[in-house]
Ligand binder design. Structure first.
Ligand code: CMP
Length: 146
């Protein structure tokens, strides 16, 4: 099914000049960009976005990393987009991420893992994250001709 997923180039990706590479890989795969925003995440948004991890020992490190510099937040649309993007991202832990995946090729460690994508194993997380980062009028409906 056609669906939308929330994707974010994390502060390490912005610092290392990987925004273009990430966008390019998703475009090449046939996914359609429907929203994009270069922004600084504040503490409140970080805590809300990562609310499911609030009790984890790495929560403070996670929120301080994600607020440490600008991110490029995006919404991508396509057939099975949530799972497709997760596959292209690779495993959360770069040590487990296969070569050829975005993390497998670029991620440095568990925290600085370059990219976030909505979790296909957490139904509704895509809508929740899209709503958190974007107003409806910031998402553009259009045809992308193959
Ligand atoms: P992300 O997919 O953005 O969602 C939660 C993030 O928590 C994850 O990427 C990792 O970057 C981070 N994370 C998960 N486990 C750890 C950990 N043990 N230490 C630090 N960060 C972690």
């Amino acid at each position: 099914t056609e669906e939308r997923t929330f994707v974010m180039a994390k502060p390490d990706a912005v610092q290392r000049g990987l925004i273009g590479e990430i966008v390019s890989r998703l475009e090449d795969r046939g996914l359609k960009l429907v929203g994009g925003k270069f922004m600084q995440i504040d503490d409140e948004l970080a805590r809300e976005h990562y609310a499911e991890h609030v009790d984890k020992p790495f929560f403070d490190g996670l929120t301080s990393f994600i607020t440490s510099g600008p991110v490029f937040a995006m919404v991508w649309e396509g057939e099975d987009a949530i799972r497709q993007v997760r596959q292209m991202m690779g495993a959360t832990d770069p040590a487990e991420a296969a070569p050829g995946t975005i993390r497998g090729d670029y991620a440095l460690d568990l925290g600085r893992n370059v990219i976030h994508g909505s979790d296909h194993e957490d139904p509704g997380s895509n809508e929740r994250e899209i709503d958190l980062f974007f107003d409806p009028d910031e998402l553009i409906d259009y045809e992308r001709i193959d």
